[in-house]
Design a protein around this ligand. Structure first.
Ligand code: NAG
Ligand code: NAG
Ligand code: NAG
Length: 473
């Protein structure tokens, strides 16, 4: 969802966020230190689409080009490695990162001989740098005018270093596995439903926090829809939260960005209220696409290279269409006017009510199945049942509708812009307002005028707000 160029800002943003929390290994340094005595809640970060590393190992029956590796001895970084995105190499990359959707089982898997895993569950490194060599991020960072240049974001981060030092931050990056592409073989091959009451199934290679004992009060997660292949992730997340809360002697703050909010809402919707009362202090939502985003329509229709000229939109479309989550995030009828044209072509107009026809007309029938699989996951927008702080950017031109020529769908569209944060349409971001008065814990909305979807993570106002949530009694 965030585009290629956004990866820059995303890395930078998260890096700075982490600088605020983690640099200087504050946890050890501050133990017993004067300024660090007051209790601070542990934090779980749930990143957005494209927001964490993926690794792959290959033993493929065939490759699409002779320069592509067929077999590797070890796992290598699949995301983000800019070297894999240059012409020709990108064909190898697409053939590795794409998912194969089974229309019978409504599940997806990596291509034969491709094993993808998410490194760093419960740790922060795989989110701080998308590229482990740190090289490309460094370059992109300086181009982004941030960190090394001593710009505004760097300055916002530094004071926070001191005040936030005792935070234990953990990320739950495994969620991102399906958010846009990769699937870990361990997770997708496990067909067994979670056992209720007893210990949840643990696959030996699944990255997870060390042996968290399931407390007597920990509820079994109900089985999830067949479309949801993330149940082990949710179980690991639940256990990590329980473990962190018990260690810290208090509840955890969840901070999600972008699509991570959809995952977090789904997760909280599955938990009994007593569990949430015990373990969750607050849920901070940053740039949440509660009702989908119009931009995904372009992604499935004609692909979106985010204006990087070396990558052909149509070529990247083939990969982007396999990411089931793109279809999950098509605009939702509950928040878009039924008669608003989202895609216009010389032959037809498409609104939120015309997705089946749209998928058929663009030659992507599986997409309609993927949409039906995913749409019900959080479409009711049931209140999460925890204290909510819903922050969103506005006033940034945001794609709202597309107009195609008669070459539809194999052509770049003209874009019609509306209000939002540059990615998430405003009418989607504000849907958390539905929860006010419908749940006991408070729901607070905060508009951040002028904040772009990813850059909001480094904005002083955002960081200051999060601090007030963390440090409130
Ligand atoms: C889809 O899954 C079913 C059941 O596991 C299997 O029999 C079938 O071969 C799969 N289809 C494809 C195209 O792989
Ligand atoms: C699509 O909608 C526009 C107005 O939004 C209208 O002018 C046009 O005739 C419609 N096209 C078709 C094919 O219905
Ligand atoms: C941060 O966000 C606030 C609130 O939206 C805005 O007024 C301010 O200009 C932003 N700061 C920067 C440096 O973008």
């Amino acid at each position: 969802m965030a585009g290629w160029h956004r990866v820059t800002a995303l890395s930078l943003g998260l890096l700075l966020l982490f600088c605020a929390w983690c640099s200087g290994r504050p946890a050890e340094k501050c133990l017993g230190g004067e300024t660090c005595r007051s209790p601070r809640p542990p934090v779980v970060l749930i990143p957005g689409d494209l927001g964490n590393q993926l690794e792959a190992k290959l033993d493929k029956p065939s490759v699409v080009h002779y320069i592509c590796y067929r077999k590797t001895d070890t796992f290598f970084t699949l995301w983000l490695n800019l070297e894999l995105l240059i012409p020709v190499a990108i064909d190898c990359w697409i053939d590795n990162i794409r998912l194969i959707y089974n229309t019978t089982t409504h599940t997806s898997s990596s291509p034969p001989g491709v094993f993808v895993r998410v490194p760093g569950f419960g740790k922060t490194y795989s989110l701080e740098y998308l590229d482990p060599s740190k090289r490309s991020v460094g370059e992109w960072t300086s181009r982004g005018g941030g960190q090394s240049g001593g710009g505004q974001p760097g300055e916002t981060a530094r004071p926070a270093d001191r005040t936030l030092c005792p935070l234990q931050a953990c990320i739950s990056s495994a969620s991102c596995r399906r958010w846009w592409s990769g699937a870990t073989p361990e997770m997708t091959t496990s067909e067994e439903p979670p056992t209720t009451g007893g210990k949840p199934p643990v696959s030996p290679h699944t990255p997870r926090p060390a042996a968290p004992p399931a407390g007597p009060s920990s509820p079994p997660l109900p089985s999830v829809s067949p479309a949801d292949e993330n149940k082990e992730y949710f179980l690991a997340l639940q256990q990590m939260i329980e473990e962190m809360a018990e260690k810290a002697g208090g509840p955890v703050v969840l901070i999600a960005h972008s699509m991570g909010n959809m995952y977090t809402l789904y997760f909280l919707n599955q938990q009994p209220q007593a569990w949430k009362d015990k373990y969750i202090k607050a849920f901070v939502c940053l740039g949440a696409p509660w009702a989908g985003v119009a931009k995904t329509l372009r992604v499935v229709t004609s692909g979106d290279n985010n204006r990087i000229p070396v990558i052909s939109s149509l070529k990247i479309r083939s990969q982007q269409r396999t990411a089931i989550s793109t279809n999950w995030l098509l605009p939702y009828a509950h928040s878009w006017p039924k008669d608003q044209v989202l895609i216009q072509t010389p032959k037809a107009n498409y609104t939120v009510q015309d997705y089946e026809r749209l998928y058929s007309d663009i030659g992507f029938q599986d997409g309609w199945l993927m949409r039906q699989d995913t749409e019900p996951l959080v479409s009711e927008l049931r209140p999460p049942g925890v204290e909510v702080h819903c922050l969103y950017g506005s006033g940034v031109p945001t794609a709202a509708a597309y107009s195609y020529s008669d070459k539809f769908p194999d052509v770049e569209p003209a874009v019609l812009y509306g209000n939002g944060d540059g990615t998430v349409n405003l009418q989607s971001a504000v849907q958390c307002k539905r929860w006010a008065g419908r749940q006991r814990p408070p729901v607070t909305l905060k508009e951040l005028p002028g904040n772009e979807h990813v850059n909001m993570l480094t904005n002083f106002t955002t960081v200051a707000y999060i601090k007030t949530v963390l440090f409130s009694p």
